[in-house]
Design a binder for this molecule. Structure first.
Ligand SMILES: Nc1ncnc2c1ncn2[C@@H]1O[C@H](COP(=O)(O)OP(=O)(O)OP(=O)(O)O)[C@@H](O)[C@H]1O
Length: 684
């Protein structure tokens, strides 16, 4: 029997295309309006530019690309020679060009592109940033003072659009039963013990992990592995991949980010199985490069046929330089052209052999849509961090699959959607078009959709968590995970005072859960629109972010007491949902406590620390909590620590939302409750 609400595939694809277009327009609009309305310094503060750079070295990287190293200009650099705080990350698409004079603001993206060089960030360190330039020429980069600006990345959209267009046009009689199940035209085939007896590679797997693997092996079309924080999702996937290999299945493993894929490559590598990692070498972790397609095409047996031609090309190229006669040179160019063609053909064959011969291929979701895998079919596609991926992104590999295993946690944050809250509503081209499914949003992931389509029977949950003290875990477990989480023996009672280095026993290091309740109105929030960078666009860069100065002072005081007790700053993280609060705290804290990490809650998803301090910021008499009320964001915030979670917030204001209200009640009962004194804080 099919589920009650089957989805019309062409309408689904049409709606996705319209939503994706709207999202891309929002992203392009946001970037270009920022770039054209804001000074380089403010762009830097907003995290999308780095100013005052010079070219410190240049080399040829993999794929023959020019990689430039950009470091702070000594004339303006800070004493430690480090770059200022910036939000540029490996894999970002950027333009490097001569920095405009201080006052020149009006700039169009097109103009920037014409003057500078486009490229991909290959490494972003504290003292320098490396960029692999796209073009052969590196005009604009040799200039004296440079700056770098991050652009909207439209490459990923192209792949998603192509995939959705294919789905939109696919005749219904060509749908595989896999596709039919994914759209609810059929129910999944009932689970069967296809896997037979399992000989576990890793003897340490817990029962819920084994159960999830058995379930995934015996599901015909789809299986969801629900991994709450710290429950060893990746650990489980590694065993699942090894078990699938034993059963001679061909597997494509994907994730939404390069780091999610590399994480799996690193853990698979010790098992010595043939794996190929697809993707721009500049974006891969150095430790996985040996498995990358680019390196394998140079080092593997299959690469020999390519090598010969390359050698011949090198010799010819060298001979051009020695040849004076124009006619001879022309002839050599002709031969080189032929050789290049031959080279490309052989390289293609070599890639085909390598990928065809690999039982496990790994790529990011959109990387799986490249030419290298065009004709490949896989028995199973495994998607890690699936609840962080757009559905359209998942379909890039899924069109090559017969079965999918999704691992994720739909109770943590979904992918960020710009067009959802965008004030700059862009009219989507097809918005009014026919066949749009009302109410569909990009925020609903494939994981969510399948769960509501087929029910919890298609999912197994991992239940032992290896991260948090039992007390830290209790509230999220009861509220979100049906009280099913169990803290592993080794972590359930761990406190800061038990860290493997010397930490004094104090009221802070002896506690897993502290609540600094700022109720009473002495710790008021501030709307950042009041004083941040209100540029011509009429909107500050921080949007309408909130901050809370007194809370920031409290955070500092609390960190100081942890550090005084001996806790290393690098074992402490401070997180907050509001960018304005982050900006306010970062300045002072990083200097005082080198090594400490500060981040937004959203940016800290997937991470963990020994001690985590959460500054909730909101404090007003209207009990307004805004986007803080989002359960999934709060879940991420409260599940990052191992040994200590300190919450700083106003319990009165936070009554304004039922989930927060219950949390406050829980903290009042179970946390070490403290009422900080403003007078003492001011006296410091
Ligand atoms: N069965 C197990 N026995 C002991 N330790 C385990 C087991 N499974 C996982 N762990 C440990 O739990 C931690 C988290 O596991 P892993 O890194 O695989 O999870 P993840 O899916 O990447 O992260 P998360 O789901 O927490 O975001 C790791 O330190 C891992 O070694």
């Amino acid at each position: 029997m099919a589920p009650k609400y089957p989805i019309d595939v062409p309408s689904f694809a049409t709606t996705q295309l319209a939503l994706l277009d709207q999202e891309l327009q929002s992203e392009l609009f946001e970037t270009s309006s920022l770039i054209s309305n804001t000074s380089p310094t403010s762009l830097q503060r907003a995290g999308i530019a780095i100013t005052n750079l010079t070219l410190s070295s240049q080399r040829t990287g993999l794929g023959g690309k020019t990689v430039v190293e950009l470091a702070p200009d000594p004339a303006t650099a800070s004493a430690d020679g480090e770059l200022p705080e910036h939000g540029i990350r490996t894999g970002d698409i950027v333009i490097v060009s001569e920095q405009p004079a201080g006052s020149a603001k009006k700039r169009e993206v097109k103009e920037l592109e014409a003057k500078g060089s486009r490229g991909v960030v290959t490494r972003a360190g504290r003292a320098a940033v490396w960029v692999a330039l796209d073009g052969e020429e590196d005009e604009g980069v040799g200039q004296k003072r440079l700056w770098l600006v991050k652009l909207a990345n439209d490459v990923t959209y192209k792949r998603m659009n192509m995939t959705m267009a294919r789905l939109q046009k696919m005749p219904a009689d060509e749908y595989s039963s896999f596709v039919r199940v994914l759209f609810g035209l059929e129910s999944p085939t009932p689970w069967s013990d296809e896997a037979g007896e399992i000989k576990w590679v890793d003897p340490s797997l817990n029962d819920s992990q084994r159960d999830a693997i058995e379930f995934a092996l015996g599901s015909r079309e789809v299986a969801l592995i629900h991994g709450p924080p710290g429950t060893g999702k990746t650990h489980t996937l590694i065993e699942l991949i090894l078990q699938m290999l034993k059963r001679n299945l061909r597997v494509l493993v994907c994730g939404p980010s390069n780091i999610s894929v590399d994480n799996i490559v690193e853990r698979l590598a010790p098992h010595k199985i043939p794996i190929v990692r697809l993707g721009h070498p500049a974006r891969l972790l150095p430790s996985v490069l040996n498995h990358s397609l680019d390196v394998l095409t140079q080092t593997s047996d299959a690469a020999a046929i390519v090598k010969d031609v390359r050698k011949e090309m090198d010799t010819k190229q060298a001979s051009i330089r020695k040849t004076k006669s124009g006619r001879e040179r022309k002839a050599i160019y002709g031969e080189l052209k032929e050789l290049r063609k031959e080279f490309r053909e052989r390289e293609k064959r070599c890639i085909g052999t390598l990928i065809g011969g690999s039982k496990v291929v790994l790529a990011t979701l959109h990387g799986a849509g490249g030419f290298q895998t065009r004709d490949e079919i896989f028995d199973v596609v495994i998607i890690d961090e699936a609840s962080q991926a757009l559905e359209a992104q998942c379909w890039v590999p899924l069109l090559k699959a017969k079965k999918v295993v999704l691992a994720g946690d739909h109770l943590q944050l979904p992918p960020t959607i710009k067009s959802l809250n965008s004030k700059t509503k862009v009219k989507a081209k097809e918005k009014e078009a026919e066949g749009i499914i009302k109410g569909m949003t990009l925020e609903k992931t494939l994981f969510d959709r399948l769960l509501s389509l087929h029910g919890p029977g298609i999912k197994r949950m991992l239940t032992t968590q290896y991260r948090m003290h039992e007390k830290i875990m209790r509230f999220p477990s009861d509220e979100l995970y049906e009280s099913k989480l169990v803290a592993a023996e080794g972590v359930k009672a761990r406190l800061l005072k038990d860290l493997p280095y010397e930490v004094e026993e104090t009221e802070d290091t002896n506690e897993p859960l502290i609540f600094l309740d700022t109720q009473g109105g002495d710790f008021p929030e501030k709307s950042e629109e009041e004083d941040v960078d209100k540029k011509k666009s009429g909107k500050g860069i921080m949007g309408e972010s909130k901050s809370n100065e007194m809370e920031a002072a409290l955070v500092k005081q609390h960190v100081q007491s942890l550090v005084n007790a001996g806790v290393k700053a690098e074992d402490i993280a401070v997180i907050t949902p509001y960018n304005a609060q982050l900006a306010l705290m970062s300045k002072a804290m990083k200097e005082t406590f080198p090594g400490i990490e500060l981040g937004s809650v959203d940016g800290f998803q997937g991470r963990e620390k020994e001690a985590v301090i959460v500054s909730l910021v909101r404090s007003n008499s209207d009990r307004e909590v805004g986007f803080l009320g989002e359960k999934r964001r709060l879940n991420v915030a409260m599940t990052r620590p191992r040994r200590l979670l300190t919450i700083i917030g106003d319990s009165e204001t936070l009554q304004g939302n039922t989930f927060l209200k219950r949390w406050m009640a829980f903290l009042e009962e179970h946390a070490d409750l403290r009422y900080p004194s403003v007078a003492l804080l001011n006296a410091q």
